[in-house]
Ligand binder design. Structure first.
Ligand code: FES
Length: 217
């Protein structure tokens, strides 16, 4: 790991927190500047994706998500469903040709009644690089999608170090080529995968909801 990549991880509790903070040095988990998708060209291709926010489990404590405006307070259903398009922070649908290998972006379910947004990481790698831990039947054209909500303490997984997805709060690390398995830090389980495919027009769509509960169990 390079010095630059360490510096990029401003959420490390030993370093000053840039942007919204929780008073203890961590990026605030109650803020999400999701419209400001940023790309930084630092050593090892470190990229910062989206912002920092909080959202607890979608499986049970839906009320926690209401605090961050992810779901309508009355909503109890799935976040994604079959044929729901994945869209970027500007609401634009993602076409098969939009990402290159190695890219990572934050996407959301296309808005519909009661669903405002739900942050999801979309990665693209050559299909042959994925290991069996990734549910390959739920990837398409090298694309795989995972929840952006860290299962440790619900920060956003907002940075990357090479291919590794990094949660800046406690340096949780996930390998998207191995089903977003935990490869560093305290998270207790992988990032849940979202099953995706391509529409007839070549846009990324979900084929169902996340394959595991999202957030902190
Ligand atoms: S909240 Fe992500 S590593 Fe702790």
């Amino acid at each position: 790991m390079t010095a630059d990549s360490n510096n990029e991880r401003s959420g490390n509790s030993s370093e000053p927190c840039e942007g919204p903070c929780d008073g203890e040095g961590y990026p605030s988990i109650f803020r999400d500047d999701r419209a400001q998708v940023q790309r930084r060209t630092l050593a090892k291709g470190v990229v910062t994706v989206g912002g920092i926010a909080s959202a607890l489990s979608l499986a049970a404590p839906l009320s926690a998500l209401r605090d961050v405006d992810v779901l309508d307070p009355a909503y109890t259903g799935p976040v994604y469903e079959e044929n729901i398009h994945l869209v970027d922070a500007d609401g634009e649908r993602i076409h098969e040709e939009d990402l290159e290998y190695g890219d990572v972006i934050t996407v959301f379910p296309e808005p519909r009644p009661d669903i405002r947004d739900a942050p999801t990481l979309l990665v693209r790698h050559p299909e042959a690089e994925y290991a069996d831990e990734t549910a390959l039947e739920h990837t398409v054209s090298g694309y795989a999608a995972f929840s952006k909500i860290c299962p440790h303490m619900a920060c956003m997984v907002s940075q990357v170090d090479g291919n590794i997805l990094v949660c800046p709060c406690h340096i949780g690390e996930f390998d998207p080529l191995e089903g977003a398995a935990v490869v560093g830090g305290p998270p207790p389980r992988p990032l849940p995968q979202l099953p995706i495919t391509l529409s007839a027009e070549g846009y990324l769509i979900a084929t169902g909801d996340f394959l595991a509960p999202v957030g902190v169990l």
